[in-house]
Design a protein. Structure first.
Length: 321
């Protein structure tokens, strides 16, 4: 290629990049991250499988059949006896289809991860934004409170909060499966906002000294509008990345609480309480623990891959798009 052709090609690439929107540039960079794309496809497939669980599986997740209890994985075209019902992942100690319970449990586990992440981001962004924007005693009080929350042993606090919230005289937080899920979301979110608060505070400390922020202040724009319309949009990149990782952390936390018996209570299936129920059957029915554990592993790895891809795609120092 001649020098003139190279210059023309470079100029064309620059014009193409300038015509792209920020969303297009981020998506283009994200697509080049192969593990992130694999993770995105995996999460989408898992979410769709959970949503359409009644279509995928003909079984009721809570229907028990003692005649079929602890049956191993069975698929007819792979040699399973024709007179035995098909259970792709086998059955548990009550004869319930394991695949069905994993699909319905995915609804609960993924919902808890997303809702806990959303609540944690709202609380963290609010506290971090106020601390970074106002500074002074406001910053000292809010950040010392954040440091105090980080200093507590989280598992201990999670267990105490799980018990305390369920004992509150609020009907919306007890008695039903939805109430159980909401209480766990609150428990996880209470101890999940601190990292987001620190990220937002650091961004606000830098952004409030920029020219556009000073100009808005000189024009008499109210502080609330400056925070919401000028500073917060410029903080979305680290928030999005932190939120992605927080979904994975929330799923692991819910699984741990359910495994310890403080999470979502049976018969509502989650991947965590399925593992808890399987601990007495590890030797005679190992599939009851392998498949729920595998789903947690795959989901968390996929979400972490997405977080890695978003971190690279939203990195402002990476100019090559």
């Amino acid at each position: 290629m001649s020098e003139a052709e190279a210059v023309t090609s470079f100029a064309g690439q620059q014009m193409y990049r300038e015509e792209q929107t920020m969303t297009q540039m981020v998506w283009r960079a994200f697509r080049r991250h192969k593990p992130a794309m694999v993770g995105l496809v995996t999460v989408v497939v898992l979410a769709l499988a959970a949503i359409f669980a009644p279509v995928i599986s003909p079984y009721d997740p809570e229907r028990s059949s003692l005649l079929e209890k602890e049956n191993p994985p069975c698929i007819h075209f792979l040699g399973c006896p024709a007179d035995q019902p098909t259970h792709i992942m086998g059955t548990d100690e009550l004869g319930r289809d394991l695949l069905t319970r994993i699909l319905y449990g995915g609804r609960v586990s993924l919902s808890i991860g997303v809702m806990a992440m959303g609540l944690a981001v709202i609380v963290g962004a609010t506290i971090g934004g106020l601390a970074g924007f106002y500074g002074g005693w406001v910053d000292n009080v809010l950040m010392r409170f954040t440091d105090m929350m980080l200093a507590f042993p989280q598992l201990f606090i999670l267990i105490i909060l799980a018990i305390a919230i369920r004992s509150l005289p609020i009907e919306a937080l007890r008695g039903t499966a939805i109430a159980s899920v909401l209480s766990i979301v609150l428990v996880i979110a209470v101890l999940a906002w601190m990292q987001v608060a620190r990220l937002v505070r650091a961004s606000f400390l830098s952004l409030k000294e920029k020219e556009f922020s000073e100009a808005a202040r000189c024009l008499g724009v109210p502080n609330r509008r400056i925070m919401l319309r000028h500073l917060m949009p410029n903080t979305m990149s680290p928030i999005i990345v932190a939120a992605t990782f927080r979904v994975a952390t929330s799923i692991i936390t819910e699984s741990g609480l359910s495994y310890l018996g403080f999470g979502v209570q049976p018969p509502t299936p989650t991947w965590g309480n399925m593992l808890k129920n399987a601990q007495t059957m590890m030797t005679r029915a190992p599939w009851t623990a392998i498949f729920p554990g595998l789903m947690i592993f795959i989901t968390v790895i996929a979400i972490n891959f997405i977080g890695d891809g978003l971190r690279d795609a939203l990195d402002p120092y990476k100019t090559e798009r």
